[in-house]
Design a protein around this ligand. Structure first.
Ligand code: HEC
Ligand code: HEC
Length: 316
């Protein structure tokens, strides 16, 4: 007898004997529910849920990613560009859930075994396969920003910057007030000693400064200085190497490099990241007479972003 026939005859026997729903089926349910609950408690206690840094509205280098169980939706959105996004975000999931609710009404056949209902079983499996595929490709889809580990001291500086309301007077990444200078344009060029002295007592460095003395503790000053020095977008250790491999034949940074293109040692003081990024990708878009080769296709989007951040920080 095959497993299938065994299953059918056991099912017929049990049905004949007529076991009531309570307590037999309820007991089985309880066992499974308790096991799942125990597994969840175990995971919550021993694995826990990872938390990221506090959200930082001035940080444009974040890679927004949903949790893994929403990656399929994240990936599905990419098939519906621009104005069609609501279709993927609302209509498709809505219709799917509706279909799920209607299955008992649509699948009216008397047979219960999955293999007796090839259409509905097939539809279910196809959906699972689609979920699996979208989740997998969502997980492997390329990031927009290079991932750079944040130094905990800098994270603390970011938190202090928000708590002390520095943004009331200062702009970072174009967000904040106008009373003080834009910090991502200027603060990185001050020496650490100067910055620390300035934060401890602004008037001692800049007579008549409109920046108030904030009575910061030494370790708070240290964290804020680290944050100030890190301004300008973070790039990976890969970026200078990319420059050596792809650009140094024509461009010079500091002592080394070629002569065919400009010296880029101070490029950040003249050009912003957006300009540099556009130029690396396709110089002829910015400068029709350009004799520099474009790097779109040769370098990935992430590598060009990384390289642009590195160059935009030079000479600032
Ligand atoms: C009430 C407005 C105000 C607040 C609040 C304020 N600043 Fe300032 N800040 C200024 C002004 C005005 C200057 C320019 C004069 C000077 O250099 O002292 C300045 C200068 C600076 C400079 C020197 C920048 C440069 O390029 O010369 C740094 C760094 C700085 N502020 C950081 C901070 C930090 C960090 C905080 C929060 C802990 C903060 N500021 C809070 C008004 C403010
Ligand atoms: C074959 C030589 C060559 C290579 C390789 C090259 N460049 Fe250039 N680059 C030039 C020349 C020549 C110019 C001057 C303007 C022009 O012709 O586009 C230039 C201009 C630039 C500019 C614009 C400067 C400005 O302020 O107008 C930037 C930025 C730049 N290059 C970055 C890079 C980077 C980054 C790489 C490597 C990924 C690179 N270049 C590789 C030859 C080169």
């Amino acid at each position: 007898m095959s497993w299938y026939e065994q299953y059918r005859s056991r099912y017929a026997r049990l049905k004949q004997a007529g076991k009531p729903f309570f307590p037999y089926a309820v007991f089985k349910d309880m066992v499974v529910v308790s096991l799942i609950l125990a597994a969840l408690c175990w995971l919550a206690y021993f694995a826990g849920a990872g938390l990221e840094d506090l959200a930082d509205p001035t940080d444009s280098t974040y890679n927004p990613r949903p949790e893994w169980y929403f990656l399929f939706l994240f990936q599905a959105l990419k098939f519906f560009p621009g104005r069609l996004e609501p279709v993927a975000a609302v209509v498709v999931p809505g219709v799917s859930v509706l279909l799920l609710l209607l299955v008992p009404l649509l699948d009216r056949g008397p047979l219960r075994h999955p293999l007796d209902r090839p259409f509905w079983t097939g539809l279910g499996l196809a959906s699972l396969a689609a979920f699996g595929h979208l989740t997998w490709s969502g997980y492997h889809s390329p990031l927009i920003n290079p991932t750079v580990e944040k130094d905990p001291l800098i994270s603390r500086g970011i938190r202090l910057y928000r708590e002390m309301r520095c943004a009331y007077c200062h702009k970072i990444n174009k967000k904040g007030g106008n009373i003080g200078p834009e910090l991502d344009r200027s603060a990185g060029s001050g020496s650490e000693e100067w910055l620390a002295k300035h934060l401890r007592d602004p008037q001692s460095v800049t007579p008549n400064s409109a920046m108030p003395k904030l009575n910061l503790l030494d370790d708070e000053i240290q964290a804020l200085v680290a944050y100030m020095k890190s301004l300008g977008e973070p790039f990976t250790a890969e970026a200078p190497k990319l420059f050596t491999q792809n650009c140094a034949s024509c461009h010079r940074i500091g002592e080394t490099g070629g002569e065919a293109g400009h010296d880029l040692s101070l490029i950040g003081s003249a050009r912003d990241k957006a300009f540099i990024k556009r130029y690396i990708g396709d110089p002829s878009k910015t400068n029709p007479d350009s004799s520099m080769p474009g790097f779109k296709g040769q370098l990935t989007e992430v590598q060009i972003e990384d390289l642009s951040r590195y160059l935009a920080g030079l000479g600032r």
